[in-house]
Write a protein that binds this ligand. Structure first.
Ligand SMILES: C[S@@+](CC[C@H](N)C(=O)[O-])C[C@H]1O[C@@H](n2cnc3c(N)ncnc32)[C@H](O)[C@@H]1O
Length: 338
């Protein structure tokens, strides 16, 4: 596998190591015994991630969605034969790249986080065929939501910051119009038990006219509210995965406004029980954390306190990487027992 050069810009020298870990997750989950020994190898002066595998079409389709995969080759002696990558992607990729803002989670990293969370869940076997339901309960301006839509899945999000929700509610309908995709979109008041919590944005879209006519659509709903309200906004047991990039306790934590003042770990401790409620049995939760403010062991412990089972296999322990001086990022995944 040739790793996308843009991944090197995101992860500096660790892009290949993260790809090895992601391929390792495939080997541990949906492709056991089919794919083995992922590692970094230099071929004619270029770094590749190589692995042993005898892949049928379904297995190739799974490998095609690896977040950093630029190209895949089959080795025949000294020769590399290109393998067609049939990705899940069903929308133009500028959906993920147009919005640029401070605090945006990198889109490749978001795809990695979504992939490895789904792969840990009971829905892994359906990811190539069904429209899964993804919730990002700290969704910002919607990188996770857009990646879910890119895969043809349903997306839901919560963020307390009005500017973020407004920016997303302005961006998505404009993008859909530009692409001439059939859709409906609108904002309304978010009310619970007679009180106004904030606003919500809802949209429905289809990849083409025929899909729209057939009612084969994706939905996206974003609530502007404190994430602690998540279980009052979304039905319990309604999502396949919860995927989120938690505040790092660096720039996001320093924003003014009450709900943003909690420490990253305190926020997770308060919010995870509610997030776990919305998750369906067999579902998985994947959280990106800054281990300097939310150590891996503490994050696993609070997931376990909510009745979830942290996934701590070798592949899932391979995602820690440096973002900058203040941020050492890791991915923590846990599943909800069936
Ligand atoms: C790391 S950012 C997520 C960025 C997002 N993945 C994106 O690419 O736009 C964390 C988000 O958590 C939100 N947040 C922090 N505390 C919150 C709370 N108590 N309830 C809801 N959202 C909160 C912040 O507004 C911020 O958008």
């Amino acid at each position: 596998m040739l790793v996308s050069p843009s991944a090197n810009r995101v992860y500096a020298r660790t892009a290949s190591a993260l790809t090895v870990a992601e391929v390792g997750v495939l080997a541990e989950t949906v492709l056991p015994g089919r794919l083995a020994d992922p590692r970094i190898e230099e071929i004619a002066g270029i770094g590749y991630v190589t692995f042993a595998g005898d892949l049928d079409d379904a297995a190739r389709a799974q490998v095609a969605n690896v977040s950093t995969a630029l190209a895949l080759f089959e080795r025949e002696g000294d020769l590399l034969r290109p393998v067609v990558l049939r990705r899940l992607d069903c929308l133009d990729d500028d959906l993920l790249t147009i919005l640029k803002y401070q605090g945006k989670t990198n889109e490749l990293f978001t795809k990695l986080l979504l992939n490895v969370t789904v792969l840990a869940s009971g829905s892994a076997g359906r990811m190539l065929s069904d429209r899964l339901h993804v919730l990002d309960p700290l969704c910002g301006r919607g990188t996770t939501l857009n990646q879910a839509l890119m895969y043809g899945w349903h997306a839901a999000g919560v963020d307390v910051d009005e500017r973020d929700v407004e920016a997303y509610a302005a961006f998505l309908p404009r993008w859909l119009k530009d692409k001439r995709l059939k859709h409906t979109a609108g904002t309304s008041r978010l009310r619970r038990d007679g009180r106004t919590l904030g606003r919500r944005f809802d949209a429905e879209l289809a990849v083409d006219k025929a899909a729209w006519a057939a009612g084969d659509t994706m939905t996206v709903s974003v609530a502007q509210a404190d994430t602690l309200e998540t279980p009052t906004i979304f039905r319990s047991g309604s999502v396949d995965v919860v995927v989120t990039d938690a505040p790092y306790g660096v720039q996001h934590g320093s924003r003014s406004g009450g709900a943003l003042h909690r420490s990253p770990l305190d926020l997770l401790a308060a919010a995870v029980p509610g997030w776990a409620t919305v998750l369906r049995p067999g579902g998985a939760i994947g959280i990106a954390v800054n281990v300097r403010t939310s150590p891996r062991a503490d994050t696993c412990a609070l997931l376990a306190d909510s009745g979830l089972e942290p996934v701590d296999t070798p592949a899932y322990r391979g995602f820690e990487h440096r973002v900058d001086q203040a941020i050492e990022r890791d991915i923590v995944v846990a599943t909800k027992p069936e």
